[in-house]
Design a protein around this ligand. Sequence first.
Ligand code: NDP
Length: 338
Amino acid sequence: NRRLLLASRPHGAPTEANFRLESQHVPEPAAGQVLLRTVWLSLDPYMRGRMSDAPSYVPPVAINEVMCGGTVSVVERSEHADFAAGDWVLGYSGWQDFALSNGEELVKLSGPVLKHPSWALGMLGMPGFTAYMGLLDIGNPQAGETVVVAAATGAVGSLVGQIAKLKGCHVVGIAGGAEKCRYAEEVLGFDRCLDHRDDNLAEQLSRHCADGIDVYFESVGGKVFNAVLPLMNTKGRIPVCGLIADYNSTGERSGPDRLPQLQSAILRKRLRVQGFIITQDYGHRFEEFFTQMSKWVAEGRLVFREDIIDGLDNAPEAFIGMLEGKNFGKVVVRVAGD
Ligand code: NDP
């Protein structure tokens, strides 16, 4: 049983030295337990927060503990009445080949998702749920409005933009690099996608959001937010989903204090700026999301690109790369063949 442990806490960007791979015997399930074999491991930006011991909405991973993470697994052996060998389950085994579970956190996969089990970690799972609730419940986009979405080709952003298109909005994405921008326009169907690495992002954004911005789905922060804020319309909505540009920051700030400007914009334009943590704020609405999203998927109305990494050993490098924008789509690790 290979396991990737948190060896040390990063200062700034994580490095491979923050992780340690070790091998152990495959554990034996006791009465009431199942032994799970990980097939797919999800890599998500929030894991950077778990590597740090700064205060957050959940406790960090302890040093020498297995890195946390959502997984799709097959039940290898069952000593639990509700599970049988061969069942597919969504769980939280973390970065390891095998894990024991008492079944409490497990969700048995059934129906169409079994045709594509990794989607339970993507468009039919946590990132899809985040896009759906953040956009529809907080963003409340109306047909004809302009929606801007950052990290536009990623797991969450790609779905935010597509759902906004289904709702009849004008959608402008922001992504890193020409290839991602072309994909957002040609494959995802966004009206425009702008490269945040361009020096004149603010100017391009104002050109392509001629009627201002009604909804900005925030996943990035930093200079992308600075370009967006002056274009927000009165009564605009900003679901604050993530601030990835800041996740590797060491806490030292430079540059002018922009807080008074932000507060003034919130007041004058009566902006609704709301942060959310998907499982904690919307856990009770998963069924509603899953039913609607499954319908759109069955109708072929959504595209979902996965960035598949082969082998658990490659998870640290892929995770470090994701925080730098090296991923192209939802990052999932194929831990074992199914
Ligand atoms: P993605 O698949 O979008 O991958 C992360 C992307 O962020 C990178 O590919 C990169 O895209 C972009 N990025 C990284 N650094 C920067 C930067 N400095 N400036 C601009 N873009 C940057 O990840 P997810 O879809 O899984 O997550 C997207 C966001 O949603 C994250 O902030 C995450 O923390 C948040 N989230 C929040 C949840 C909640 O409950 N609140 C739940 C799930 C996700 P590019 O190359 O285009 O720059």
